[in-house]
Each structure stands twice: as structure tokens, then as C-alpha cells.
Design a protein around this ligand. Structure first.
Ligand SMILES: O=C(O)CCC(=O)C(=O)O
Ligand SMILES: [Fe+2]
Length: 354
């Protein structure tokens, strides 16, 4: 039985009905209030709704979580960085040059390390409720979809090892501009984070691309979407979720930070670099975050010189490293052949309406 009052909380059958702003269903976007944005205090109702949709979909969008001025400042700097980064020998187009998609590390000098991006209080509140106490920061990067990209990525999961059947890691994709299909917002497949066992769904081990028959079947349950995402939104994504980078047909760069957090119990061996000069400040001010996965670097840290390094498995020997010869994975280390991420995307790798 509903018990309603005009201005107090509302309960139905003993449950509190969260009084929050949300819209959409595939995916759900939850809008942080101006008061939450300015105080940095997330209301329990906001957390409850984020958890509800995160567990259902493996994906939820937290809107209005970061001050727009900060977002514009970082966007402009990263666009500037992009032309320099594209000249680096170790840069790599994700899934082929025609995607126009590169992993570009954001500036890591002290004046650019705003808590609002990397340890955003709302984001951490949700993360600690999914992953447990003091989630571990272990990856700071971004995906830049450069203007002029013509092709899409294969639908994939970023993790391709024998991963746990429960949430163990999150990627926080922070959009630095309004995004939609036109500028290549990421295609997402809500609910695929726990729909099928890892050993069945992926084309080959160590790669993460999803089998065509799984794509065709899953689209009947819930089709993939390119949602509209507002500037300053944080998309909280379970690392297991299927998704794909899409071409940016606009005239402006589409930049989306990728900040990864892992559960302590998972013992992820990956580390991410930050300047030693910021250690004290970060440990004091980035509340709720564990920095055991941070490698503190002495002196100047030019993020454009840092090679892409990834290991979301639990095995320290399974890392992936970007080199001038291409991606070196554990197979490359054994054979000397650098074939990781050289396969061509075909119609077999994305959903085609039947
Ligand atoms: O940039 C994007 O929208 C997605 C890129 C991506 O998923 C990847 O490179 O793994
Ligand atoms: Fe990805």
C-alpha cells in the first residue's frame, strides 16, 4: 500500500521510492542534483538507483557529475595533445586506422589532476558499493575518436580472460563533450555483463570479440544502442560489458576518459603512473580510493610518452604493452610476432538486423 505525504519520503510496501531525476531505459541516465554536484555528497537514493541499474545492465550513466568549466578545460588541452600524440611512434589505432580511435593518456602533471575526474566523489560512492571498500585505481587513459573515422569497431568485451562471474572491475568513461551517434558515442549492449559465460561468447581466447551468433541472438533480447550522453557524464561500465567504438563523423574530437577501478579482493596486477609530487595530496584528498595500484613517478611525467600498458587479468605475466612494433601480448613475447589487434573487422563482428 502506498503511503504518501506531500513533501516527505514516499514508501510503497515498505520500500522507499527514490526521489531522483532519471531518464531512458536502455541505458538509464541518473542526473545528480545541483546540490549533490556542489556539495560532493551523493544522496543515498541516488546511490540506490545507480546500483539498481548497474546490476541490471552492467552500465549506468551519472549525469551532471562534473563542473562544465573543468570538462571544457581538459577537452581543449587533450585536443591540442592529440596532434602531437598522433606523431608518436608508439601510438596505435584501436582496431585499425579507419576507426580513427586512439588511446591517449590525459595530461598527468599536477595542475591537470582534478579529483572531479579521477576520484569523483559520486563515482567513488557508487564504485565502493559495487566493488567493496577502497576500490583500487589502476588505469588512467582515454579513447579519442578523431574526426574523419570511417569504420566501426568489432563488438567486444575489454576483458578476455577467465574472469569472475561477479563485478570485479569498472571502467569510468567520462565524456568531455555532448555525444551521440554523430560524433561516435560508444555502442553499448546493456545486460551483457553477465548474460553468457566468457568461454562461450568470445571468438578466441585473449581477444574479447563476440561471436556473430551471440550478437544476433542477444539483439533480440535487448538491441545495442548509441545513447545520447551529455558533457561531464560518467558512464559506469562493468568491464565485462559488450561495447564497440563507432566512427566520429563530426568535425570535432570525441574524447572519453577511461579510468579503471578494481575490487581489492581481485588483486589486479596492473599499475598506472602518477607524479610523485602529487602523492601526498592525492592520498589525502582522493577520498575512498586505494592507490596501491599507482606507480609514483619522480620528476616530469609527460603522458604522451607513456606507452599503453594493460593487464586486467589476475596474472602478472598476461600484460599487453604498446611498442613501436605494435602491441606485445604474452603470445608476442613467446613468438616475437606482434599480431595482437591486427585482425580486420567484418560484418561477422557486429550486429546486422535480420
Ligand atoms: O572509444 C570508444 O568509443 C570505444 C573504444 C573501445 O572500446 C576500445 O578501444 O576498446
Ligand atoms: Fe573497448
Amino acid at each position: 500500500m502506498p503511503s504518501a505525504t506531500t513533501d516527505g519520503p514516499r514508501y510503497v510496501d515498505g520500500a522507499l521510492i527514490p526521489d531522483i531525476q532519471k531518464y531512458g531505459d536502455n541505458p538509464v541516465t541518473i542526473r545528480v542534483t545541483e546540490e549533490e554536484l556542489h556539495t560532493g555528497k551523493t544522496r543515498p537514493e541516488t546511490v540506490q538507483e545507480c546500483l539498481r541499474y548497474f546490476h541490471r545492465d552492467g552500465f549506468v550513466v551519472l549525469e551532471n557529475a562534473i563542473d562544465e568549466g573543468l570538462v571544457d578545460r581538459l577537452y581543449n588541452r587533450m585536443v591540442q595533445d592529440n596532434s602531437e600524440f598522433l606523431r608518436r611512434k608508439h601510438m596505435h589505432w584501436n582496431q585499425g586506422a579507419s576507426t580513427g580511435n586512439v588511446s591517449q593518456i590525459p595530461p598527468l602533471t599536477p595542475e591537470w589532476l582534478d579529483r572531479d575526474f579521477y576520484a569523483n566523489p559520486h563515482m567513488i560512492r557508487v564504485a565502493e558499493n559495487i566493488l567493496g571498500p577502497k576500490p583500487e585505481l589502476r588505469f588512467i587513459n582515454s579513447n579519442v575518436a578523431c574526426p574523419g573515422g570511417t569504420s566501426r569497431q568489432a563488438v567486444h568485451s575489454d576483458v578476455s580472460h577467465a574472469f569472475p562471474e561477479i563485478p570485479f572491475g569498472l571502467v569510468m568513461n567520462i565524456y568531455l563533450q555532448d555525444s551521440d551517434a554523430q560524433n561516435g558515442v560508444t555502442e553499448v549492449w546493456c545486460g551483457t555483463h553477465n548474460a553468457y559465460p566468457q568461454s562461450e561468447q568470445q571468438v578466441s581466447p585473449g581477444k574479447g570479440w563476440i561471436k556473430k551468433e551471440y550478437l544476433q541472438e542477444r539483439a533480440k533480447v535487448k538491441p545495442p544502442v548509441q545513447p545520447k550522453v551529455k558533457k561531464g557524464s560518467i558512464c559506469i561500465r562493468d568491464l565485462r560489458l559488450w561495447h564497440a567504438g563507432m566512427p566520429n563523423t563530426s568535425d570535432h574530437h570525441r574524447i572519453r576518459l577511461a579510468v579503471d577501478y578494481f575490487a581489492q579482493w581481485y588483486q589486479c596486477p596492473m599499475t598506472t603512473k602518477l607524479p610523485l609530487s602529487m602523492k601526498k595530496t592525492i592520498e589525502r584528498e582522493w577520498e575512498g580510493v586505494s592507490t596501491v595500484g599507482v606507480e609514483w613517478v619522480e620528476g616530469d611525467l609527460n603522458s604522451l610518452d607513456v606507452q599503453f600498458y594493460l593487464n586486467m587479468t589476475q596474472d602478472p605475466s598476461q600484460y599487453l604493452l604498446q611498442t613501436e612494433k605494435g602491441f606485445q601480448d604474452s603470445v608476442g613475447r613467446q613468438t616475437g610476432k606482434y599480431v595482437y589487434d591486427t585482425a580486420k573487422v567484418t560484418e561477422q563482428n557486429y550486429w546486422t538486423p535480420e
